[in-house]
Design a protein around this ligand. Structure first.
Ligand code: HEM
Length: 145
């Protein structure tokens, strides 16, 4: 189901405020993520200068904007990334943790202007994203192997 236009507006606004106020959220997102899933940090061993983490988060924000808007590619991208990332030893469950961490960091960056509408919109989007993580191509791949 497509994102409700009111939810799209609330999420877009929250991202605007977060980028105006929070600046680059990359360091914060990965700090919280690695605090919660310490075993993920080592998987970025190739990322000696932070470029991969930065690039990845940028793609994630772009995907979120597409997902809540026209949804031209983000649903397929997420399903595909679950499979690609299994090759990096990233389990699908971590995707839900990761999107949740992004939501928390955006919320913190928006304070004190984080609204109930933003909270509801993000909660609904996280549930919707989770559907694509858990109903992805990985199941089909492992079922066929
Ligand atoms: C929709 C969600 C995601 C997208 C779109 C995404 C996208 C990407 C992209 C584009 C890269 C390559 C970046 C580059 O080489 O410049 C990458 C690398 C990587 N991602 Fe993600 N990612 C997602 C979720 C996750 C999650 C949840 C984790 C778990 C922590 C993760 C862990 C990694 C790791 C460890 C690499 C580095 C692999 C390497 O050594 O090259 N990703 N991701």
């Amino acid at each position: 189901m497509r994102t409700d236009p009111a939810d799209t507006a609330a999420i877009e606004r929250s991202l605007e405020i977060a980028s105006e106020r929070g600046g680059d959220l990359t360091a914060r997102v990965y700090e919280v993520l690695f605090g919660r899933q310490p075993e993920m940090e080592a998987l970025f061993w190739r990322d000696t200068n932070g470029a991969i983490k930065g690039e990845m988060l940028m793609r994630v924000f772009e995907a979120i904007l597409d997902f809540i808007g026209e949804r031209r590619y983000a649903d397929h991208l997420i399903q595909g990334e679950v499979v690609t990332h299994a090759g990096y030893d990233v389990p699908p469950e971590v995707f839900a943790t990761f999107f949740g961490v992004v939501a928390e960091v955006v919320e913190k960056a928006c304070e004190p202007d984080w609204s109930q509408a933003m909270a509801t919109a993000w909660r609904r989007m996280l549930a919707d994203l989770d559907h694509y993580v858990t109903h992805g191509k990985l199941r089909a791949v492992s079922a066929g192997s």
